[in-house]
Ligand binder design. Structure first.
Ligand code: SPQ
Length: 429
């Protein structure tokens, strides 16, 4: 795809699409609960469609009338062995959370994915689930996809300290713990997104969370619910950055989820001196964000802030190229095991456009105030949606020439209407 976007500034108002993490979990909880779950404003991105198809293959009736999704849950024990291997597409969340559910079901399921997902580590979920009693076999000792899970009807509760800050691993253990005998204890290294814990309570489940320690009693039964998915702050991030760096921009983003485990980017924008207003909606944990083009300065992003903005780091890196001074990102080695190695791929893509980014072992050092130009060669997303969207926003800053973006279709995984929204907000309909 060729990108040449002229903008005199981004203007207007947008309701960003539903949160991907919450959309996945609403299908999962609806499928393991008993009774009807009705989901409003779900994200119909490819990743969530992979979750929906997986649960259909496990025997759950899931209807989509174009407005709401209805999941006819019959309880976790009614899930049945799928006829063939399940295609997880590009989705780490589908794969890892589903593994926790399958760990307690007494049949064999094979999961596979695309080229990007097949490179991502699955040992991080296999290890605790094996400790609980599931049999899991994957490719290589890092347990890569394709991976076969043979669940156990007699899972044991465990005490587990998460070796990496990962909401996916935490959630996989919580899903298995619901089916185990006894009380499972999970201790987080850093606090990660809390959607699984919150939705478990919403579905009538029991969980105790005190700071980084989580206790989940086994043998739980959940009840179907009505869920409204707030907008995805990780999708809103592209518009926040676009508005901050493109002159004369002023945007209003509505219904953006502001669960405190996800709002690190708002704190970074404030630390950089960005003009940002946050008006909390009456609906809990969503807000209207008003953002304007701003003079910004560099900052440091590290420590417990990292899990609260991990998926926003590619677009934050672009932001940092446009501020005054240096921005340092540390403690973010997890970026290397996302859809791509997001440290290397972000640095390569932006440096090919004239940025000055030094990749490090656990982050990046980004010099601000660089003017971006069209790169000589094409930029390939390598199947990573967030790289694709970051490059499209970077194209707004390129005055002459066009960017050749290969595998732009990866953006469908989390934001199918991205280019429509880019056209509307930038006046390039
Ligand atoms: O689902 P997937 O492919 O892992 O998606 C990503 C993304 O950029 O959309 C990561 F590549 O988001 C993860 C996120 O990084 C979604 C997620 C979740 O919903 O629980 C948690 C984070 O991953 P992790 O490995 O830190 O738990």
């Amino acid at each position: 795809m060729k990108l040449k976007i002229n903008s005199q500034g981004l203007k207007g108002r947008l309701k960003v699409p539903g949160d991907k993490s919450i959309s996945h979990r609403s299908i999962m909880f609806g499928s393991i609960a008993k009774g009807k779950t009705i989901i409003h404003d779900i994200l119909r991105g490819e990743d969530v469609l992979s979750t929906i198809e997986a649960f259909r293959a496990l025997g759950v009736e899931i209807e989509d009338d174009g407005q709401v999704i209805t999941v006819h849950g019959q309880g976790i024990s009614k899930l049945k062995e799928p006829e063939k291997a399940l295609d997880m597409g590009n989705s780490g969340t589908s794969t890892r959370l589903l593994s926790g559910i399958l760990a307690g079901l007494p049949f064999e399921t094979t999961l596979f994915g695309d080229d990007s997902l097949s490179k991502r580590p699955m040992d991080r979920v296999a290890t605790p689930l094996q400790m609980m009693g599931a049999e899991i076999v994957g490719q290589t000792d890092k347990v890569k996809l394709p991976m076969t899970i043979k669940g156990s009807a007699h899972l044991k509760a465990i005490d587990y300290v998460l070796p990496v800050a990962s909401a996916q691993v935490k959630s996989a253990v919580i899903f298995a713990a619901l089916q185990a005998e006894g009380l499972t204890k999970v201790v987080e290294k850093e606090k990660t997104r809390s959607h699984t814990e919150e939705m478990l309570v919403q579905f009538g489940g029991e969980i105790t969370v005190s700071d980084k320690t989580i206790l989940v009693p086994g043998g739980q039964k959940l009840i179907g619910q009505e869920v409204t998915v707030p907008g995805d702050i990780s999708s809103a991030a592209f518009w926040l950055v676009a508005a901050l760096v493109v002159e004369n921009s002023e945007l209003i983003l509505e219904n953006v989820g502001i669960n405190e485990t996800r709002t690190g980017i708002l704190e970074v924008i404030q630390a950089m001196g960005g003009q940002l207003e946050i008006e909390q909606d009456e609906v809990a944990k969503a807000a209207t964000l008003k953002v304007k083009a701003s003079q910004l300065k560099g900052t440091e992003i590290s420590g417990d802030l990292i899990p609260r903005l991990i998926d926003e780091l590619p677009i934050i890196a672009l932001l940092a190229t446009q501020v005054e001074g240096k921005t340092i990102i540390r403690d973010a080695a997890e970026l290397k095991v996302k859809e791509t190695d997001r440290i290397a791929v972000v640095a390569d893509a932006l440096n090919s456009m004239g940025a000055n980014i030094e990749p490090t072992d656990d982050g990046m050092i980004i010099q601000g105030g660089t003017k971006l130009h069209a790169p000589e060669n094409a930029i390939n997303t390598l199947g990573d949606h967030r790289i694709g969207m970051m490059v499209a926003i970077a194209a707004l800053l390129v005055e002459n020439g066009e960017i050749d973006l290969e595998r732009a279709e990866a953006i469908q995984t989390s934001y199918p209407s991205f280019f429509d929204d880019l056209g509307k907000l930038s006046g390039n309909l």
